[in-house]
Design a protein around this ligand. Structure first.
Ligand code: CTP
Length: 419
């Protein structure tokens, strides 16, 4: 899968640096040419010799360690890379990247490269949730840096929470998916035999606002309520909309995977943050697609410190969140509004009721109890409704194909409206 791909692997100084050895080994086994750059503090956790032996390439850490006089090392590696992956990425390197600092070989290479960049953060849970770190990560994501979110569990510092570097096998999967998506044909293949140049421009000049993922409603600094949304459907819509020529604004809450590489993403956490972000973009949007799974309720109180275990039972009071889609339905003027409905029964009845209540132009309904449909799958099986009833009943297909059909329908209807 990774044959011939040059991956520059940045290893920074956290305990998870020990996982870099397995990561190197897995990437090399899959055919990648891996060049490691370590930060000085990473060397406290793992040796250069280990990574050099696994990659069969020299390991760099000193910007001024010029081994080949015909090239400048950090520029050479930056140019050579098909991907720069920083794993583990500490809070420190994330901060430096966000602010454009270049005080060692890795951060200098990161500034010099035009290759896609992914990071796999690893740190203590409080560091991870610190507003400064969060803001830095949001900055990076908004610049198109791929984020391989850390997992939750027992951290090396003894805390349980989010911050554990994703396992090397999962990182390799993300990297492979990234390259296979980049190598695949553009997804614009509607109406085969039609005028493809026109289709590629179907949404030219249109602003498409897409929401994706599941919102996170905090209980305390280490706990939250979320849902099973992976963000895949919203990401597929954003990606295809861009291929169709649209100016895409993607607002993503919690997701399992990195967003499409060349899109600007605005990261949000809670339903309330998503609401505010959506409102900022709504006025000049042409098409608004609410694929996100927004929490209907959030904790009435958010504890500022970790809640302690007190009794045999615990009651959490929840209050309703703003229904963003319904709110947009009331505000809309020329915007073409598309909602989603994930149901487990009476799909048509619920879908049509939601479409009317939320004043949508189209509503995409899926029965998430069916195999291959809904959350976390690569495929979906949907019906698309308008105010008069069923418009499209699509068979099981890849989420990108669903996105194509949906966007084509929206573009046609928008075109009809303006003509
Ligand atoms: N939605 C929203 N804001 C909310 C809840 C939902 O914008 N607070 C949007 C979702 O993004 C989706 C649509 O509304 O496009 C339908 O979401 P769903 O959860 O199925 O609908 P609800 O109105 O919450 O109905 P219920 O949970 O009772 O089925």
């Amino acid at each position: 899968m990774l044959n011939g791909k040059v991956i520059v692997l940045g290893v920074t100084g956290g305990i998870a640096a020990y996982k870099a050895a397995t990561l190197c080994s897995r990437l090399v086994q899959r055919g990648a040419d891996v060049h490691v750059i370590m930060s000085e503090s990473a060397k406290q956790f793992i040796t250069e010799l280990t990574l050099q032996t696994l990659t069969k390439n020299p390991v760099y850490s000193d910007t001024f360690d010029e081994r080949d006089p015909s090239v400048v090392s950090h520029i050479h590696l930056a140019d050579l890379a098909d991907l720069v992956l920083v794993a583990p990425a500490t809070a420190n390197v994330i901060g430096k990247m966000a602010h454009g600092l270049a005080d060692d070989m890795l951060t200098t290479t990161l500034l010099a490269t035009t290759a896609p960049v992914m990071i796999s953060p690893a740190m203590n849970v409080h560091m991870y949730t610190h507003p400064a770190v969060m803001a830095n990560m949001e900055t990076l994501v908004s610049r198109g840096v791929g984020m391989i979110e850390p997992g939750e569990g027992l951290l090396a510092c003894g805390y349980i929470g989010k911050g554990r570097m994703e396992e090397p096998d999962s990182i390799v999967e993300v990297v492979e998916r990234f390259f296979s998506e980049r190598n695949s044909e553009p997804a614009v293949k509607l109406d085969k035999g039609g005028d493809h140049s026109m289709e590629a421009n179907l949404l030219h000049g249109k602003k498409v606002l897409v929401t994706a993922g599941g919102t996170i409603e905090r209980i305390d600094p280490v706990r939250y309520i979320t849902n099973d949304s992976s963000g895949k459907m919203g990401f597929a819509i954003a990606k295809v909309a861009k291929q169709l020529g649209a100016n895409v604004h993607l607002i993503a809450a919690h997701t399992d995977e990195a967003p499409p590489a060349d899109l600007n993403v605005e990261r949000v956490g809670s339903a309330e943050e998503m609401y505010e972000a959506v409102l900022r973009q709504f006025a000049d949007s042409d098409i608004v697609i609410k694929a996100a799974a927004v929490a209907d309720y959030r904790p009435a109180q958010v504890a500022t410190s970790k809640l302690k275990k007190l009794g045999e039972t615990m009651t959490l009071e929840l209050v309703k969140t703003t229904d963003i889609l319904e709110n947009l339905g009331q505000r809309k003027s020329s915007q073409f509004l598309i909602g989603f409905a994930a149901e487990t029964n009476s799909v048509e009845a619920f879908a049509r009721e939601k479409l009317e209540r939320k004043n949508c132009d189209l509503l995409v309904a899926n029965d998430v109890s069916q195999e291959g449909a809904g959350f976390r799958t690569e495929t979906n099986r949907v019906q698309i409704y308008d105010a008069k009833g069923l418009v499209l009943d699509l068979p099981l297909m890849a989420k990108e194909e669903v996105a194509e059909q949906l966007l084509k329908l929206a573009a046609e209807r928008l075109g009809r409206r303006s003509s």
